[in-house]
Design a protein around this ligand. Structure first.
Ligand SMILES: O=C(O)C1=C[C@@H](OP(=O)(O)O)[C@@H](O)[C@H](O)C1
Ligand SMILES: C=C(OP(=O)(O)O)C(=O)O
Length: 411
């Protein structure tokens, strides 16, 4: 959003995963001045009133679904044609979910019948505001439509049946835009954004990512002793499902207030060794832990009794089919687990996970990190086919694991 604002924004505390870098490079190719200052600091001078310019190269989003889909929404409102692609995983992911509402708003694209990358988005300065109910609980769809809505000719409304993460709403407000959010009877959410609003530059510290914190917290729960503390984690009910379910299973996570940043509350989270019990994950929590199911499955493997996940069919279209990849990860390491169309079931080993298997990551960073955490507590070492893609979201993962005393080595 700094790339759209008038003036120079400064951000600190970014994890600087590949996903963030690629999104930054894409905004630079679209005319913003993006400078990585080192140590998690960035400076972005946005295009403001002059608008985005036609890039002179194909925008390659690598592994980043979020980066590619949000930028599709951004470019829809400018009269430019933007060629986009990604790695093998991203090129296999569904994009019609974004292209359908953007076409309703009058943007065009060159996608084929399968709606997968690579393709071009052909934007327009005549974008039409719409009211849209996404067919999937997806913050990426909501965010793409809202970002396009900033350039549309009226009020764009997204009606969500189940609320998803609300960072775009909060960030837009942080950049000075008005966003109306109205809870609906039955638990849904209505989000309205007026077209033609200008964004102004800000200085913001980026809150700690709960999805990355979940791995360290899981390591703490599975450790034989001691306490893992993760400082400055964003505490937002649209992201806290994993911590809630871990507590339901018997982890006694501690939390203390740690101020706020970029419109989000921060906490320091503490996790110590705990004996877990398997549970049925309440379906209403699924959107708030959508990226945490592989690591939840690892906790479930060490728990006593069964853990059941339902209502999570979106996991089939993440960086990998995360239902298939998660179940295969557990089975390869001696844990009984079964796929369901919309989730999985895990038979817990009451603390004694055999390990000793080779995990296929399918180029999915969350499968790789989950398998390594499983290895820290299993009876035999766990091997992973490739861990290079961990850089997608958490480039410091291996050094943080080493600080916790984990022995991770190349074989
Ligand atoms: O908005 C976001 O930043 C994200 C939303 C989620 O996708 P969906 O909202 O499409 O499920 C999540 O899986 C992804 O890792 C990041
Ligand atoms: C970063 C992630 O997703 P996406 O590729 O959809 O942005 C994730 O699923 O962890």
């Amino acid at each position: 959003m700094g790339g759209l604002a008038e003036g120079t924004s400064q951000f600190s505390g970014l994890l600087e995963g590949e996903d963030v870098l690629r999104t930054g490079w894409a905004m630079e190719a679209l005319g913003a001045d993006v400078k990585q200052l080192g140590g998690g600091k960035w400076q972005v001078t946005g295009v403001g009133r002059k608008g985005l310019s036609q890039p002179d190269k194909v925008l390659d989003f690598g592994n980043s679904g979020t980066g590619s889909r949000l930028i599709m929404g951004v470019v829809a409102g400018y009269p430019i044609a933007v060629e986009m692609t990604g790695d093998a995983s991203l090129r296999s992911r569904p994009m019609k979910r974004i292209l359908t509402p953007l076409r309703l708003m009058r943007a065009l694209d060159t996608s084929g019948p399968d709606g997968q990358l690579p393709f071009s988005i052909v934007g327009t300065d005549d974008l039409k505001a719409i009211t849209y109910s996404p067919p999937h609980a997806s913050a990426q769809i909501k965010s793409a439509v809202m970002l396009a809505g900033l350039s549309a000719d009226g009020t764009t409304i997204v009606e969500e049946a189940k609320p998803t993460r609300d960072h775009t709403e909060r960030m837009l407000r942080g950049f000075g835009a008005t966003v109306d959010v109205t809870p609906q009877p039955g638990g849904g959410m209505r989000i309205a954004v007026e077209g033609g609003q200008a964004l102004s530059a800000i200085e913001a510290a980026i809150p700690g990512d709960p999805s990355s914190a979940a791995f360290l917290i899981a390591a703490g729960i599975l450790s034989p002793e001691g306490d893992v503390v993760v400082e400055g984690v964003m505490s937002n009910p649209t992201r806290s499902g994993f911590f809630d379910v871990a507590n339901l299973m018997g982890a006694h996570l501690g939390a203390e207030e740690a101020g706020d940043a970029a419109g989000e509350r921060l906490i320091n989270l503490h996790a110590g060794a705990a004996a877990l019990k398997g549970k049925a994950v309440p379906e209403r929590l699924v959107p708030s832990m959508i990226d945490e199911f592989p690591i939840l499955a690892v906790l479930a493997a060490f728990a006593e009794g069964d853990t059941i996940v339902t209502g999570a069919e979106e996991l089939r279209v993440k960086e990998s089919d995360r239902i298939g990849a998660t179940v295969a990860m557990l089975r390869a390491n001696g844990v009984e687990a079964e796929e369901r169309p919309d989730g999985f079931a895990v038979q817990g080993c009451a603390g004694k996970v055999p390990g000793g298997g080779l995990v296929e990551t399918h180029h999915d960073h969350r499968i790789a990190m989950s398998a390594l955490i499983m290895g820290t507590a299993a009876q035999n070492p766990v091997r992973v086919d490739d861990i290079s893609m961990i850089d997608t979201s958490y480039p410091d993962f291996l050094s943080h694991m080493a600080e916790l005393g984990a022995d991770i080595s190349e074989t």
